[in-house]
Design a binder for this molecule. Structure first.
Ligand SMILES: *[C@@H]1O[C@H](CO)[C@@H](O)[C@H](O)[C@H]1NC(C)=O
Ligand SMILES: *[C@@H]1O[C@H](CO)[C@@H](O)[C@H](O)[C@H]1NC(C)=O
Ligand SMILES: *[C@@H]1O[C@H](CO)[C@@H](O)[C@H](O)[C@H]1NC(C)=O
Ligand SMILES: *[C@@H]1O[C@H](CO)[C@@H](O)[C@H](O)[C@H]1NC(C)=O
Ligand SMILES: *[C@@H]1O[C@H](CO)[C@@H](O)[C@H](O)[C@H]1NC(C)=O
Ligand SMILES: *[C@@H]1O[C@H](CO)[C@@H](O)[C@H](O)[C@H]1NC(C)=O
Ligand SMILES: *[C@@H]1O[C@H](CO)[C@@H](O)[C@H](O)[C@H]1NC(C)=O
Ligand SMILES: *[C@@H]1O[C@H](CO)[C@@H](O)[C@H](O)[C@H]1NC(C)=O
Ligand SMILES: *[C@@H]1O[C@H](CO)[C@@H](O)[C@H](O)[C@H]1NC(C)=O
Length: 767
């Protein structure tokens, strides 16, 4: 799903780009582009009554004088150049400028920096039960399902008529809410209610950059599906009879089913731009959202050039909890985006549910495999043939009326096979492969993906007929079956992007894993879920995958925690989610990584797999204040300009105590492999706050890491009262510098009678 989106979007960008160059006849216009301009608010002259007028005046003096009155500059030059002025998310504005204008702006008083307006990457119900949520006990009960918590999402819009946004039994809108639903095309604000309480859209940036772009609909209405899916995952109401053509049938519920939803649409058919995203975050902060869910990011940029990092710093200061997706570029290391220290970064995993089809062979043997096929299939015996690698379209065409069995070997891949089978217009296919995703089963022909182990049984059956006189091997196929209890579960999905963080490798990322593969959630009823050859399929629910889907699960969990603990900081909530997570699967082994086939390292899994019931009662939390983040930015050797770009204020860039050692609930130590002259010891200092009841004694234990000596000083913490803070030191010493593995890991665990507070420790030679 997600790779499909990004590919078509790429072509779209190329098309737009060419269009732009050929049609534009004004050379200076051709080169004009969007910029995001950071201004030093402390330097604003007293003569200006508001920052808006100051930004306008700054921009006005930087503009080129129009030489001719053309249709392009008849209007006031500022109104056609200024895109947004920002208030909360950053100090500054965005504007469409020629290179000359951009240069001249750099000499304006109070100018700090500017960044180009970049494209971000979109990372595209059973899940509450899978997470152990129960209406009568635990997180749902203790938080009243996240009542009065407001979850904001920046996404593709929302389908307000979906049953997931019904407000039956929900209390009045919290009085602190300052947002609203705006009228837009095909979106009357009267469609909002006590569940869906905000709807706004932001497209001035993308329209300034590509004036003739097709937007889809100039409206908060979702014409793509992604935003309806993510928002109902985080905080959708319970829907009793949900399913996808019979798959995953049952109740569907958002994680925080009593929380409210506010949608900020900034993702358009032409993509999403930084300027629109910052404007959306600006509005979400000022409206008063408690939790913000962002399923997109920008790869390989430093924090001070990352619009998500910049705007979420302001959100964090206002106590907004921000959840982001790690990206879908796994399983290679260092593919993660949103590795930002003040947000939570979410990886994607599998659930214990499968969607399958069954192949019944002529000899009665039944073989089950993955499938999400929704079309029809004849109810009589169909000839079945083995076609090897299925890479010869001519041969495949001869098997048109048959079920074709294909095997993955020697560099062939399922992606190409599906393409050839589609071209050959086969009837049905059995793909022998160990891919664990149903993604390749949604084709115009009936498809079942079977494990290589079962593939042998099918091949043997076909071969036995081939050898006997002219009898035909036959089979039936049936679909729309849902299975539970898959073992092992959860596993980290192969596509989920891996750490360490590009922008800040000293903070271990990702932070947490949540369900992301084959997630059922609400969908617009007029956006096709599937287009088979001649048929288009629609559904009120859709099953899709990606870290985009994992991210809103954590937004929902954060809403539950916030519902139960109003006063916790974003860092305390993040700590609670991380230290209480699970590292074992349902076979009591360490959670596996589908990408490597081995056990997951924290670069894939983060601290573990989210466990909402335990997250409401973590015992201890690792809190982080604004100055701690500034100390980290200072230690990254950022210039004052770069720090002010992020922190927005010169009073927020005191670099007297630089430190890379953030008070984070995880540890990452870099050692230079094989270099005997580099340091062999690293020390980390941490302070934990007792959020449990009164007196308690915590004792430390460490799971050993081969080749290292890890110790905790002191290894016992005695708390006398609630909210008391105590500190400790973690020391990692290398035993032999020449024998270091690329990635090794273990855990530090603090335990009292009722709590287990676990932190991952990664030791690596990467860099
Ligand atoms: C911002 O302006 C204040 C007041 O003029 C000045 O002290 C400070 O150095 C400026 N900060 C930056 C990053 O330019
Ligand atoms: C929106 O809905 C209300 C109530 O249903 C109706 O009175 C109003 O005319 C509608 N507005 C638009 C612009 O359609
Ligand atoms: C946009 O469309 C208008 C009217 O169709 C045309 O005059 C103009 O040149 C186009 N501009 C660009 C940048 O393509
Ligand atoms: C989109 O709608 C907004 C207000 O609802 C309006 O200001 C803007 O001009 C519209 N843009 C386009 C491209 O139709
Ligand atoms: C396939 O289905 C047909 C019709 O229901 C039935 O007659 C036949 O026995 C089935 N074949 C197998 C192998 O199950
Ligand atoms: C795999 O490919 C290589 C080279 O293309 C070939 O020599 C070998 O026979 C192939 N193996 C199989 C099992 O097809
Ligand atoms: C999947 O199957 C291929 C070929 O059968 C094999 O090379 C690969 O190691 C398998 N991967 C996993 C994760 O089991
Ligand atoms: C980062 O700092 C460098 C050096 O001061 C400066 O040239 C650059 O413009 C800054 N970039 C941002 C976005 O702050
Ligand atoms: C070893 O580490 C030292 C200090 O970190 C560094 O200066 C040196 O270049 C490194 N040598 C090698 C071979 O990596």
């Amino acid at each position: 799903m997600t790779s499909h989106i990004s590919q078509s979007m790429l072509f779209y960008y190329i098309a737009i780009f060419l269009h732009f160059i050929f049609i534009t006849s004004f050379p200076s216009l051709a080169q004009s582009d969007n910029y995001i301009i950071h201004m030093n608010i402390s330097a604003m002259p007293k003569a200006f009554s508001t920052h808006h007028t100051w930004y306008q005046s700054t921009l006005s003096s930087a503009l080129e004088k129009p030489q001719l009155a053309t249709s392009d500059n008849l209007n006031s030059p500022i109104s056609s150049k200024l895109i947004y002025t920002y208030t909360h998310a950053m100090n500054g504005f965005s504007a469409n400028l020629s290179p000359k204008e951009h240069e001249s702006l750099k000499n304006s008083p109070g100018y700090i920096s500017s960044i180009p307006d970049l494209h971000l990457k979109l990372d595209t119900t059973h899940s509450p039960q899978f997470l152990g949520l129960n209406p009568n006990v635990g997180a749902w009960h203790d938080s009243n399902f996240g009542k009065d918590v407001i979850v904001g999402l920046i996404d593709t819009g929302v389908w307000p008529e979906s049953e997931s946004f019904k407000d039956n039994g929900i209390a009045n809108i919290p009085s602190k809410w300052k947002g609203k639903c705006e009228n837009s095309i095909h979106f009357n604000s009267s469609l909002c209610n006590k569940k869906l309480i905000g709807a706004k859209f932001f497209n001035k940036g993308i329209l300034a950059k590509y004036p003739n772009i097709t937007l889809g609909l100039n409206s908060t209405r979702d014409t793509e599906g992604h935003g309806t899916h993510t928002s109902s995952t985080a905080a959708g109401s319970r829907v009793d009879e949900a399913s996808f053509f019979g798959y995953a049938a049952g109740k569907a519920s958002g994680i925080a089913s009593n929380s409210r939803v506010s949608m900020y649409k900034a993702i358009w058919e032409g993509g999403l731009l930084s300027s629109d995203v910052i404007a959306a975050i600006d509005a979400a902060i000022s409206d008063g959202v408690d939790v913000l869910s962002l399923s997109f990011g920008l790869d390989e940029v430093p924090l001070y050039e990352d619009p998500v990092a910049i705007a979420t710093f302001a959100a964090m200061e206002k106590s907004v909890f921000v959840t982001t997706s790690a990206g879908n570029e796994g399983p290679k290391l260092k593919t993660l985006h949103n590795g930002t220290p003040w947000v939570i970064t979410v990886a994607a995993g599998t659930m214990d549910r499968t969607f399958h089809g069954t192949l019944t062979l002529g000899n009665g043997n039944k073989i089950t495999g993955l499938s999400l096929y929704v079309g029809t299939f004849p109810t009589h015996n169909v000839p079945i043939v083995f076609m090897g690698l299925c890479d010869n379209v001519k041969e495949l065409k001869k098997a048109k009326k048959k079920i074709v069995v294909c095997e993955e070997k020697n560099g062939t891949n399922i992606h190409d096979q599906v393409y050839y089978l589609d071209v050959a217009k086969v009837f049905g296919a059995v793909l022998i492969s160990n891919v664990s995703s149903t993604y390749y089963s949604q084709n115009s022909f009936a498809t079942i993906i079977v494990d290589p182990m079962f593939g042998e049984i099918i091949k043997a059956y076909i071969k036995s007929y081939y050898n006997s006189n002219h009898a035909t091997s036959v089979a039936n196929m049936s679909f729309m079956e849902t299975g539970f209890g898959v073992k092992p579960t959860p596993r980290v999905s192969s596509y989920s992007s891996r750490g360490p963080s590009y922008s800040c490798p000293f903070v271990l990322k990702p932070d947490i894993t949540a369900p992301g593969t084959s997630i059922l959630a609400a969908w617009p009823t007029n956006v096709p879920v599937l287009e088979l050859k001649s048929q288009t399929f629609f559904s009120k629910f859709n099953i899709i995958s990606g870290t985009s889907m994992a991210c809103p699960h954590v937004a929902g969990v954060a809403a539950l925690i916030k519902g139960a603990h109003r006063d916790w900081s974003p860092a305390a909530i993040r700590s609670a989610i991380m230290t209480t997570s699970d590292i074992f699967d349902n076979t009591n082994e360490q959670i596996k990584d589908i990408g490597t086939g081995d056990k997951s390292t924290p670069f894939a899994l983060g601290a573990g797999h989210v466990n909402p019931n335990r997250a409401l009662d973590p015992g201890l939390v690792y809190d982080v204040g604004v100055q701690d983040y500034v100390n980290l930015l200072c230690a990254l050797k950022y210039s004052q300009r770069n720090i002010t770009t992020i922190t927005r204020s010169s009073s927020n860039n005191d670099c007297s105590k630089p430190s890379l050692d953030l008070n984070y609930p995880s540890f990452i130590a870099f050692f230079n492999g094989g270099n005997s002259s580099s340091s062999t010891v690293q020390e980390f200092y941490r302070t934990v706050t007792n959020v449990g009841e009164g007196q308690s004694i915590y004792v430390a234990s460490i799971t050993p890491i081969k080749g290292f000596h890890v110790s905790v000083i002191p290894n016992k913490l005695m708390f006398n009262e609630k909210n008391e803070k105590l500190s400790y030191k973690l020391r990692i010493e290398v035993e032999s510098m020449t024998k270091l593995k690329k990635v090794a890991f273990g855990y530090l665990i603090w335990m009292d009678m009722n709590h287990v507070v676990r932190s991952p420790i990664v030791v690596t030679t990467l860099k």
